[in-house]
Design a protein around this ligand. Sequence first.
Ligand SMILES: [Zn+2]
Length: 372
Amino acid sequence: MPLKRRKTFSLLTLFLLTILACNAFPSATPASSPHPSLTPLPKGESPNPTPEHTLLPLPTGAGQSQPLPPLYLTIIIHTEEDVSKGTQPKSQIPDYDGDEALMLHFTSVLREFTEMVNQHGAKINFGSDWTFSKGVENFDPTFYTELEDMGHEIDAHAHESFIPYHQVREHIIQAGGHPSIVASGMNEQEIQEQLDYFDDQYPDFQILWGVSLPGHVAGECMASWAWRPSRGDWEQHDPAGKYLYIGPGEQVNSLGAIEHAIRNRRSDLVNTYAIFISPRELKAAPDAEGINPDWTTKPNSHEYWENRILWWDEFLSEIDVWVEEGKVEYANLTEIAQMFRSVESSLNFEGNACPRSEDGLLVRNRAAGYYP
Ligand SMILES: [Zn+2]
């Protein structure tokens, strides 16, 4: 039951958890869970009743009496281009710009998802690839502005198979959106060349998110803080750096992983975490009219859109308790960047290096009981 928080940890367990490396932190959700539980959660109960600060050694900032700053948490949604090198339809990616019924299914359920997110006061950065934008332009031209009006952001998302970021940004504008200054989806192995490219586009892109290894394989950076990437070594903070990188943390949809990030907050950093969903996780009912069967599922499947949204509603309900306690603050990426700029002269990046994942993102999510 992944969302049922264990009410108490033994002191020994707490101690062991604190000494585990970030990468190896086990989620509070058991790995044996077959799929996300939809069991209603107890309301009004603290997900973290143990007085952690008296038991756990804190990193920098320990011993100070002032409360730690919040963990800034963002919901990230990414769409992927539905063609490969401009010619072949891609498997596992909906045909957003060619299949009207399918596109309208996804925008409809994304509206439902957003309504649910709004109930929690949480914020979305919607990283859109160029084909999704073409789908918006062709079939649902108010989709972006509706999201923007609710405080969410539309970002250029690409892996640059053949459409560069500035063109992805243009497609958002053509579809009626107002793109943020965020670019997401950079390949870590090419990050220095990409910083050169962004110099040519400045100031359209100033916030970078999701510098990863292709396929989110093991070894990717899971930093849970924001910094200005240095030329030569992007992991290092350069006070004169032009771009701000907002680390996703473990990027696992798991209360245990978020709890770990809460516990590892530092008073001298802007602490960040991202939870993630792809539209393709929100499948249609088997009898949905005109929907390609590849994107339908049984109504009792965790992939059925209503079940998925219910799971997220319960997930966010648990996080809401941390928000009320001041441990987490929902924020979009631009808001985090503004916070960073307002405090950056007092931050301390000494000795920071990305914690690296021991498993790929899919494996990490599955271990936490989340099945994309
Ligand atoms: Zn992507």
